[in-house]
Design a protein around this ligand. Structure first.
Ligand SMILES: N[C@@H](CCC(=O)N[C@@H](CS)C(=O)NCC(=O)O)C(=O)O
Length: 195
């Protein structure tokens, strides 16, 4: 585990939050990092000094060599390009790059609201007007993309897999059903169905 007290990458973290995505990705990256624990209960993340790092007062927030970053998709995109270009992030001239970017944005821009529709029971939203289409469409697209797998782009893990799979992990944890996504592989075997 590359945690180091003097690391120049700092992850503001609380358990059972989207900060898990950044934590998982930092482990994949292998760069030294350190965790700055955030106690959500005491609302330190809503205070002025934290809002200078992330105006939304949310996690994950990362400070990379003194530069603050927010939004999990942007954080993973940045860290992958800076520290793992060509492996966890296809290079800009790699023909897989457009699909890689599509999945990064899909994870935050389509999957997240589609899970909102499903789990928070948003009703009567016309798919043609919703940016995420519908939960069912999202489910179909992810399932097809992971067939045959094992990863979104084929044989190699990228930052997009971490974002997409972290969403699937969240879905499992947020559901009482046993028919839930467990990993990209089991998502293909048993995608989540309606409650
Ligand atoms: N769009 C943001 C969402 C971040 C987010 O909503 N984080 C939640 C935890 S999962 C949070 O910090 N909640 C605490 C709060 O808003 O008080 C991202 O992807 O980074």
């Amino acid at each position: 585990m590359p945690q180091a007290d003097n690391a120049d990458i700092v992850l503001y973290y609380a358990p059972r939050t989207r900060a898990f995505r950044a934590l998982w990705f930092l482990e994949e990256l292998g760069e030294p990092y350190r965790i700055a624990p955030v106690d959500l209960a005491s609302a330190g993340h809503k205070r002025h000094d934290f809002l200078q790092l992330n105006p939304m007062g949310k996690l994950p927030t990362v400070v990379d060599h003194g530069v603050p970053m927010a939004e999990s998709g942007a954080i993973l995109l940045h860290l992958a390009d800076k520290y793992s270009a060509g492996t966890l992030a296809p290079l800009s001239d790699d023909p897989r790059r457009p699909d890689y970017l599509r999945w990064l944005f899909f994870a935050v821009g389509v999957m997240e609201p589609a899970f909102g529709e499903k789990f928070f029971k948003w009703e009567d939203i016309p798919p043609h007007r919703a940016a995420w289409g519908s939960f069912a469409e999202m489910e179909r697209v992810v399932t097809e993309a992971l067939t045959p797998g094992p990863y979104l782009l084929g044989d190699e893990l990228t930052a997009a897999d971490v974002l997409v799979c972290a969403n699937l992990h969240w879905a499992r944890c947020s559901s009482s059903s046993r028919r839930r996504a467990r990993s990209p592989t089991t998502w293909r075997a048993a995608p989540p169905g309606p409650d």
